[in-house]
Ligand binder design. Structure first.
Ligand SMILES: NC(=O)C1=CN([C@@H]2O[C@H](COP(=O)(O)OP(=O)(O)OC[C@H]3O[C@@H](n4cnc5c(N)ncnc54)[C@H](OP(=O)(O)O)[C@@H]3O)[C@@H](O)[C@H]2O)C=CC1
Ligand SMILES: O=C(O)CCC(=O)C(=O)O
Ligand SMILES: [Mg+2]
Length: 736
């Protein structure tokens, strides 16, 4: 898909950011139009991706193009200039809800086949599996990640600190992790030689009786790719869960499980499911055969299980057994104690990158079933990265909560390009049907990895390519030079994969004479060093792999500035284009619920404003640069004037913040002297926006407190969403 140079692509997504777009995008289109800058939208929403997948089932009017595929091509070109908002990475319950909604709107698409039998079902399942989980970000992220809090955001947070829970040295909150027989401890890693990279590799399972099954064939990696393989022992995992359930009961804490079942869409739902199974072990012992017969799986969470059980002939009896079992277990950390939604109900309700920082920001507290806060045992089965949270918790227990008014900042440079590391491992992750050996065999016959496994174990292969790694090291050098601050590669010389990466990092730093500018530390000591650095008010850069990129860019922003929504999140695409992510957070489903019930949208579009400024600068024409500078000025003024959305109905919300953003943007354009025509074009708009303030704000707030109808959740009615999100006739007339 070619893109006219200068065109900015704005993505259509889901939930709160999509509702925000209904208000903000018309402003952006109108203003950029005055500078002859073109904005186009591409639909990467969950509903859009489902619709685009089944064209043959739909009427001509219903069909839409596969925009994600087009964008996947575009990001490999130098012309790409894409503003990427957060989209839903769907767990199975979310995907099923989306399908149901589309069917109710007249889309003749198939159900999600839980247990596909016929060819048609297998085909539908394969198509849905490509939509499931994190199916967008890995396609678009053809570059490495540069995430940091803009200076204005940091200064604002220091002057206006958000609330932080107190940490007590007596807190019983802790992280529980396996440490043995998990992905971390079973990992092996190699860097491919030219001979090993020639031809294609395969993954072969050999059972005890010698039966061979090719799990994957035709794998092709260039020379220099770091290829890791590892597995998690299901036996060890189950024993670990049992031990944690027992110790949580003894310690009197809440039980909480923190996973990434959305991004790690193959491995983590299975690991999540084993937790549900062990928590309800007596129920599975008694009704396991009934569950198998009825197709009840714990991998989609307790909520989906209960829905299926309600349809079984002995459903009431099983439900009573589940209730009795849960009552005998330690209390769970709750997603919504009013509605009885536990940590184990929906795999996408507790996503580790956002959920662990929420616990830590709250001073180690989670909500219990009684609606009261309590200390919680945070169960993170694999030990690869659990130590980061364990160390953060230990650090705050020792030193007390972070002082937001004086804290410095941890920026991140993340190795992400070309599906780097664990986050690209889905096509090479397998739940093994039988014990035996799993091997990765290179095209030249070398056996690169070999693991002895048991039935049920989860085996996976992940890769990081040479060009992205070298690009990541360059980005780290560039960012360190720009900030002139402490910079740490979070790499553990004792971990197989990290040891291979260090072999790339060290020679580059030595050759460039930069060894003294960078440290290399394992994640746990790097966590402490970073916490100490920001406590002194200083800046440091965490140079990490893909998973820690994700985890740290929620953890530190949430502690430092209250949310990761205000992050600058730039992906310098390797082919020269730019991808500008809006913040580092997700799509905030809770915000939609509040909008629907109370007509208040607390979504903060600061991430969109930051991304827009970067995208305009990247577009590079004189007019675009001026518009971008004015966006930055408007964003700073919005912060300093306190016009960001509040959390409660009656306060300013997303819509009012867009009005002020538009006004300050227009004012900055009217005030600049580099382009007289643009100044003249924006002067009357700025004037009208300023003089219309009272009318506009009262029109925007008029419906506050009453329920609204969006015509759908995953697939809203654009006219209804526009009516809700653009209720000011005065503002709309000025925007045009
Ligand atoms: N880049 C991407 O595409 C990403 C997508 N996701 C997807 O987003 C969905 C939700 O994920 P979840 O883990 O709940 O994380 P979210 O970041 O959506 O939500 C966690 C909380 O963060 C706060 N928050 C996030 N963004 C904003 C914002 N712009 N303004 C104000 N507050 C904000 C809200 O807190 P409060 O309630 O206090 O207002 C929200 O409830 C999932 O489907 C997930 O897969 C997640 C991460 C990144
Ligand atoms: O793609 C996803 O599923 C989530 C991405 C994410 O959390 C991030 O990039 O911070
Ligand atoms: Mg994240």
């Amino acid at each position: 898909m070619a893109q006219t140079p200068g065109t900015i692509i704005y993505t259509k997504v889901d939930e709160a950011p999509q509702l925000a777009s209904a208000s903000l995008l018309p402003i952006i289109e109108s203003f950029l139009g005055k500078a002859s800058l073109n904005v186009e939208t591409r639909d990467i929403s969950l509903a859009g991706r489902v619709i685009a997948t089944f064209p043959e089932n739909l009427t001509a009017e219903q069909r839409i193009a596969d925009d994600l595929a087009g964008l996947g091509e575009l990001v490999k070109t130098a012309d790409a200039n894409v503003i990427k908002l957060p989209n839903v990475s769907a767990s199975v319950p979310q995907l099923e809800a989306c399908i149901k909604e589309l069917q109710s709107q007249g889309y003749d698409i198939p159900d999600y086949p839980e247990d596909p039998q016929t060819d048609a079902e297998k085909d539908a399942r394969a198509r849905y599996d490509a939509i499931k989980g994190s199916a967008v970000n890995p396609v678009l992220r053809e570059g490495n990640s540069d995430r940091r809090a803009p200076a204005a955001v940091k200064a604002f947070a220091q002057a206006n600190p958000h609330s932080m829970g107190e940490w007590s040295a007596e807190s019983k909150t802790r992280v529980a992790t396996m440490g043995a027989n998990d992905f971390r401890s079973n990992e092996t890693s190699v860097t491919l030689s030219a001979a090993q990279a020639a031809g294609t590799a395969k993954i072969v399972h050999t059972a005890a009786d010698g039966t061979q099954t090719v799990l994957k064939d035709g794998l092709s990696f260039p020379e220099g790719t770091i290829v890791d393989a590892t597995f998690m022992s299901v036996k060890a995992l189950k024993a670990f869960y049992d031990a944690q359930i027992a110790s949580v009961a003894e310690e009197g804490t809440l039980f909480s499980l923190h996973m990434k079942a959305t991004m790690m869409k193959v491995s983590d739902p299975i690991i999540f499911g084993h937790c549900v199974r062990q928590y309800l072990a007596p129920v599975f012992d008694q009704y396991g055969a009934d569950f198998d017969a009825a197709g009840v799986s714990p991998n989609g969470g307790l909520g989906a299980m209960l829905d299926k059980i309600a349809e079984m002939s002995n459903g009431a009896e099983i439900k009573a057994a589940i209730d009795a079992c849960l009552a005998s277990r330690p209390p769970m950390y709750m997603v919504n104690s009013d509605k009885g939604i536990t940590n184990l109900h929906v795999p996408s309700d507790v996503i580790i990158d956002a959920s662990m920082p929420a616990v830590i920001r709250a001073g180690g507290k989670g909500w219990g079933p009684d609606g009261n806060e309590g200390d919680t045992t945070c169960v993170i089965p694999d030990s690869s990265y659990a130590g980061v949270y364990a160390e953060t918790i230990d650090y705050f227990k020792e030193t007390g909560k972070l002082d937001v008014t004086t804290a410095g900042t941890v920026q991140n440079v993340g190795l992400m390009a070309q599906k780097a590391e664990e986050y690209g491992s889905h096509p090479t992750t397998f739940e093994l049907a039988a014990g035996g050996t799993v091997e990765m065999i290179a095209g030249n016959g070398d056996v690169l990895h070999s693991h002895s496994v048991e039935a049920g174990d989860i085996w996976r292969l992940a890769s990081a390519r040479k060009d992205p790694i070298l690009n990541w090291i360059e980005l780290a050098i560039e960012r360190q030079a720009a900030e002139d601050c402490r910079a740490i590669f979070w790499l553990d010389a004792d971990r197989a994969h990290d040891a291979e990466l260090i072999k790339y990092v060290t020679p580059v730093l030595e050759a460039r004479g930069l060894s003294d500018k960078f440290e290399i530390m394992a994640p746990t000591p790097a966590t402490r060093a970073s916490c100490e650095t920001i406590r002194e008010g200083k800046t440091c850069i965490a140079i990490t792999g893909n998973v820690l990129r994700d985890y740290l860019t929620d953890l530190f922003p949430i502690l430092e500035v209250g949310t990761s929504a205000k992050m600058l999140s730039v992906v310098k695409l390797m082919q020269g284009g730019g991808l500008f992510e809006t913040g580092a957070g997700g799509s905030a489903p809770k915000h939609v619920q509040q909008l629907v019930e109370q007509n208040h949208l607390r979504w903060d579009s600061l991430g969109e404003f930051c991304a827009l400024g970067e995208s305009l600068r990247f577009a590079g024409t004189p007019a675009a640069k001026l518009m971008g500078k004015a966006v930055d000025d408007a964003t700073e003024k919005l912060l300093s004037e306190g016009k960001s959305p509040g959390r409660k109905v009656g306060q300013d919300d997303n819509r009012t913040s867009h009005y002020y953003f538009a006004r300050y943007w227009a004012e900055a354009m009217a005030a600049q002297t580099d382009d007289a025509d643009l100044a003249a074009a924006f002067a009357p708009i700025a004037q009208a926006l300023a003089s219309g303030e009272d009318a506009i704000v009262s029109e925007l707030k008029a419906g506050g407190g009453t329920a609204v109808d969006l015509g759908g959740y995953y697939h809203t009615d654009p006219a209804k969403a526009a009516a809700v999100m653009r209720p000011s006739a005065t503002l709309n007339a000025i925007i045009g």
